[in-house]
Design a protein around this ligand. Structure first.
Ligand code: NAD
Ligand code: MG
Length: 373
């Protein structure tokens, strides 16, 4: 590892606590770090066919140099990897090499691989340890921290899974150089989200040049953003590991965003982070409509997200604007609905998000209608 340029953050969860290490060039020395948190001397790397050509060898070599025996599986890239079929194939591959209770599963990839490999680790032999080596900005600032794992089923995304914390997260900013720009920006939407939830200083920095620096993969800006994001997520997760309360604030932009994703079809016009960007703009518009938030704050949100290159209005599907009523129906069937009520994350302003269970559907519909043109 290159300790000179890396920073470590602790996620405090009692005996399930773990470190998040953030730095440039961590992959080359990842073996020692992973060995240090392993109970045995075996590792099973799970990656996808986009990531493998770039990074599988360097991770494998480093683990071997640290004295570990290494097996691996390469899954198809993309959301479809999070399926029963692929979970079954992955578990078969793990068992075929006689993985043991002390085998360490290494999730090397974006959120898809993290969710799938983490789920597999949580049920293989009733649970083996795993580490996250996230390779997308989204997974470095969001999905690799917090211990949610899972797959998609016919009934919807992420409906089957476990809460299962990793033993370590290694976020190497250098790997983002091979990530498509659109994916970088999609991850950026989640960074901006932390600013909007409760960190106005982060937001001010992003707006005044931090965001542009991240978009051009400036190392210092990336490290600062990942550290701030993981700190925010770790704090929320530590106080509400299983999402019974405040963790729901992390869903800012997601209730609208999930509706946009569902309406566009998965693998449709919007990446998840792009849907969240549009969703955050809608959440601020709704907050303004309800008299909770000054219009100037909503305008700043829209202007900054657009300036970095994220979408801020729903895309058209097959040349047609999305249908507002159908978007509303998707929101009512979201898995986060309880007792028939949707919990909205709204805001009193930038960095002042709140949970709100008393939102008038006609008011939501109006915001949707104004957005879809
Ligand atoms: P992803 O894992 O599909 O990665 C995006 C694309 O980039 C893929 O094609 C991948 O092969 C490629 N890629 C990854 N790293 C690369 C690199 N360094 N260089 C080149 N290409 C690279 O998508 P994602 O945005 O990272 O994650 C999305 C998934 O994360 C969704 O399934 C979502 O449900 C999940 N998620 C989970 C949580 C959680 O708390 N567990 C939170 C947010 C999102
Ligand atoms: Mg998200």
């Amino acid at each position: 590892m290159s300790p000179a340029s890396s920073q470590t953050l602790r996620v405090d969860l009692g005996d399930r606590s773990y470190d998040i290490v953030i730095g440039s060039g961590l992959l080359a020395g990842c073996g020692e770090a992973i060995r240090a948190v392993s109970r045995g001397k075996r590792a099973f790397i799970v990656t996808d066919d986009n990531v493998a050509p770039h990074y599988l060898d360097i991770v494998r070599t480093s683990l071997e140099q640290a004295g570990m025996r290494v097996d691996h599986a390469i899954m198809p890239a993309g959301e479809q990897a999070k399926s029963w079929d692929n979970l079954g194939r992955l578990l078969d591959a793990m068992l075929a090499v006689r993985s043991e209770r002390k085998t360490m599963v290494v999730a090397l990839g974006g959120g898809v691989i993290g969710d799938l490999a983490g789920f597999a680790a949580s049920i293989l032999l009733r649970g083996v340890d795993f580490v996250q080596v996230p390779t997308t900005l989204l997974s470095q600032v969001d999905s690799s921290v917090g211990g949610k794992t899972g797959i998609n089923v016919t009934q919807g995304k992420n409906l089957v899974g476990t809460f299962y914390q990793p033993r370590l997260v290694l976020a190497d900013t250098a790997v983002l150089r091979t990530l498509p720009v659109r994916e970088v920006l999609a991850g950026y939407a989640e960074v901006a989200k932390y600013g909007l939830i409760d960190d106005p200083h982060l937001w001010d920095w992003l707006e005044s040049g931090g965001g542009a620096a991240i978009a051009r993969l400036d190392e210092q800006a990336l490290q600062r953003a990942i550290l701030a994001s993981c700190t925010a997520k770790a704090r929320v997760v530590a106080s509400d590991e299983r999402e019974s309360g405040v963790r729901a604030l992390l869903n800012l932009g997601h209730t609208f965003g999930h509706a946009l994703e569902a309406e566009g079809g998965y693998g449709g016009p919007l990446l998840h982070g792009e849907a969240v960007a549009v969703g955050m703009v809608m959440a601020f518009d709704l907050s303004v409509a309800m008299g909770l938030c000054p219009p100037a704050d909503a305008a700043r949100v829209r202007a900054h997200l657009a300036a970095v290159g994220l979408p801020v209005v729903p895309p058209q599907v097959n040349g047609q604007p999305m249908n507002a009523e159908r978007l509303l129906a998707h929101m009512a069937s979201d898995k986060k609905v309880s007792d028939g009520k949707v919990t909205f994350v709204l805001a009193h302003g930038i960095g002042q998000s709140i949970l709100c269970r008393d939102v008038d559907p006609p008011q939501v519909l109006q915001v949707l209608q104004q957005a879809v043109t």
